[in-house]
Design a protein around this ligand. Structure first.
Ligand SMILES: [Zn+2]
Length: 447
């Protein structure tokens, strides 16, 4: 049993002064007052990263040269497929470990891994059919990040049911094989590993298969899906299913607070209300959505409808919750010509509003007891670097805005997950060894 004393402790209602908690075996046992102390820390809950494809960390920055005057998501996807074909379990673990160490240093303490790189490059399952899943689990365990693993169901190459291309074959499962993988991984759940389900997208999962998988899920299983990221996807869905993607999903699945809709960029007014009323979370990935030219999420209308949202680093062109949140707000400012667009009802601060919403969606989206300090919650927290120049003279009214809107450093001194410290003085405990292995893996992947 250990006790954390904080000079400032972040709660859904704002900062509490001289507060703390005792924790044992990775969980908070009791929330307490703290001894007043000048040197005590400023503590915030760890941030959940709701959307990650770990292997894409290795190709960050490698798709920024024009291949066609009309370059788009779809030409980027060709580069991504070529790159995906090179991974095996060892290179995946090496890249994922580097990524997860970077996430921890940046303040992400939980990652939802939307994992579709299941089989060997020719499409045949590995001898251990879950070898690639195990590479991700091992990377999470060695770095100390909390993982919600979402094995992806991927069956078809389009809304018309066309078969997977050769390059997509390593992603695919039939319903029975998929459910076997899900059940097997679920048997490995522990206090820092949760297993949920990902439907790659409506275009990759036929309606019957979607219903068959959803019917087998235990209660409270997190379900994530890519949806309405690109306009051609909306057009195809309308042509073949006679509805827009979110409209179709809400009409054909029992979408509730266990669901996370990734991107959900292209929405009409009824879809915005529909998602908000369902209780589902939207995982917004601002730097990736900008990088891929997806479009801009209608944040203001979604907030006014009472919608729930969080952030993801997705393709990992950036691994920084500060940058995701900042660009979420900045994208809105650029199109609306207004400022502080993400402010909700709890506070007038843009930074506090975004932190509040991100924390509130963390538990339902990840299926883990995170996002807030309460008895029984996971003991995951960040210690801000209160001595950084950005924080000099910071009051309880402006500290979060300074953190999220000033400068380009994470300003995180310590990171703790399940009560264990993974980052000291801003550096992951195994940074050098993880980087050495990543470097070797990158030379292999790029050879
Ligand atoms: Zn994605």
């Amino acid at each position: 049993m250990e006790t954390l004393h904080a000079e400032r402790l972040w709660t859904p209602g704002g900062w509490r002064i001289d507060a703390g908690f005792t924790h044992d075996a990775g969980r908070i046992v009791e929330c307490t007052g703290a001894q007043p102390s000048e040197g005590a820390a400023w503590v915030v809950p760890g941030i959940a990263n709701l959307h990650s494809h770990a292997f894409q960390r290795a190709m960050a920055g490698l798709a920024e040269r024009q291949t066609h005057p009309q370059d788009s998501f779809w030409t980027w996807r060709e580069t991504m497929y070529r790159f995906a074909a090179r991974f095996d379990p060892d290179t995946l673990q090496a890249v994922a470990a580097q990524l997860y160490a970077e996430m921890l240093e940046a303040g992400y303490t939980t990652v939802c891994e939307f994992h579709y790189l299941h089989h060997s490059p020719d499409g045949r399952p590995y001898t251990d059919a879950s070898a690639m899943s195990h590479a991700l689990i091992a990377a999470a365990r060695e770095t100390g990040i909390r993982l919600t693993l979402l094995p992806v169901m991927y069956m078809t190459g389009g809304f018309d049911g066309r078969p997977l291309t050769d390059r997509q074959k390593r992603f695919g499962h039939g319903v029975d094989a998929y459910l076997r993988l899900f059940d097997m991984l679920r048997g490995e759940e522990n206090d820092t590993l949760r297993v949920g389900v990902a439907l790659h997208s409506l275009r990759a999962v036929p309606p019957d298969a979607m219903r068959a998988v959803l019917a087998q899920l235990p209660a409270e299983t997190p379900v994530h899906i890519h949806i309405a990221e690109q306009l051609p996807e909306v057009v195809d869905c309308q042509a073949l299913r006679n509805a827009r993607p979110v409209e179709w999903l809400l009409g054909n699945a029992k979408v509730d607070r266990n669901w996370t809709l990734v991107h959900a960029t292209h929405l009409d007014a009824a879809e915005i209300r529909g998602i908000a009323n369902s209780g589902a979370t939207v995982a917004i990935c601002p730097t990736t959505e900008a990088n891929l030219g997806d479009g801009l999420f209608p944040l203001r209308a979604f907030l006014e409808a009472g919608g729930s949202w969080g952030i993801g680093s997705d393709s990992h062109v950036s691994v920084s919750p500060v940058e995701e949140l900042r660009w979420l707000e900045y994208g809105q400012r650029l199109v609306t010509h207004h400022r502080n667009v993400s402010v909700g009802t709890a506070t007038t601060s843009a930074g506090e509003s975004m932190l509040h919403d991100t924390m509130a969606s963390a538990d339902p989206s990840t299926g883990q007891a995170i996002g807030c300090f309460y008895e029984g919650a996971c003991a995951d927290w960040l210690v801000l670097d209160r001595d950084a120049p950005q924080f000099i003279g910071a009051t309880t009214d402006d500290a979060i805005d300074r953190w999220l809107f000033a400068g380009n450093a994470p300003h995180i001194r310590e990171v703790h997950v399940a009560g264990k410290q993974t980052v000291h003085e801003g550096r992951h405990r195994d940074r050098e060894a993880i980087f050495t292995r990543f470097k070797a893996a990158m030379h292999t992947l790029l050879a």
